[in-house]
Every structure is written in C-alpha cells, then in structure tokens.
Design a protein around this ligand. Structure first.
Ligand code: 5GP
Ligand code: ZN
Length: 113
C-alpha cells in the first residue's frame, strides 16, 4: 500500500495543480510555504535511486523535470523556487514513492547549501 499511488489512482483526493500521462502534481497537505507542490510520477518508484536505475527512469525523469518547470509557471514563481527531494528515511523521506517538493512564494535566501 502506497499513499501516493492511491492519490494517483484517485482513491485519495488531492488538490491537483498539473497532470499528464506521466506525472501528477498536487498541493502538499502540510505546506511549508505559500507555494508547496509535490511532483509525483504516476509509476511507483520508491526513491530517486530506484527511479535512476529503472528502464523507464530516463523517460520519467525528463517528464518530472518538465513538470517542475510547468508547476512553477502555473504558480507564478518561475523566477524563484526551490526543488527538494528527500532520499531515504535518514534524509527525512516519509512517503516511499519518489516525489519532488516545489517550494516558492516566500523568501528563499536561507540555504542549507
Ligand atoms: P517527504 O517527507 O517524504 O519528503 O514528503 C512527504 C510529503 O507528503 C510531506 O510534505 C507531507 O506533508 C506530504 N503528504 C503526506 N501525505 C499526504 C497526503 O495525503 N496528501 C498530500 N497532498 N500530501 C501529503
Ligand atoms: Zn506508490
């Protein structure tokens, strides 16, 4: 059982921002900024390592990249946004279906790196 697969399949509702054949992008249920969207591939990959090693990884990675830029455009933050992926529990990953946080609409000058 995977909560993001359930969201992709419509079994759990979400606030959709953008969708195509490869990705679903929806507002995070617990936003950390005015713009906080999750970009989720419709195929289940546990994390970025699995995405990278899958035969369809290149296809989905390209679609994810395009979707991130599209989400930023839709939300009006193309000039300043941050994309975050947590890989593994030790990095804070809590949902084991790879996803990318698109965060913006606030002061992003504080940086970890
Ligand atoms: P992670 O900590 O794995 O990088 O991020 C998981 C994110 O998924 C968290 O920011 C959390 O708020 C979000 N999330 C968890 N469950 C749901 C849900 O059912 N709906 C939505 N929209 N977001 C969720
Ligand atoms: Zn899944």
């Amino acid at each position: 059982m995977c909560i993001f697969c359930d969201i992709v399949e419509g079994k759990i509702p979400s606030s959709k921002v953008y969708e195509n054949d490869y990705v679903l992008c929806f507002n995070d249920i617990n936003p950390v900024a005015p713009v906080h969207v999750l970009v989720v591939p419709k195929k289940h990959f546990a994390n970025i390592n699995e995405l990278a090693s899958d035969p369809e990884g290149a296809l989905y990675s390209a679609e994810i990249t395009k979707a991130i830029a599209e989400v930023a455009k839709i939300k009006g933050v193309s000039d300043a946004y941050r994309t975050i992926n947590n890989c593994g529990e030790g990095a804070g990953q809590t949902v084991m279906h790879v996803h990318f946080h698109v965060i913006g609409g606030t002061n992003l000058t504080e940086k970890l790196i």
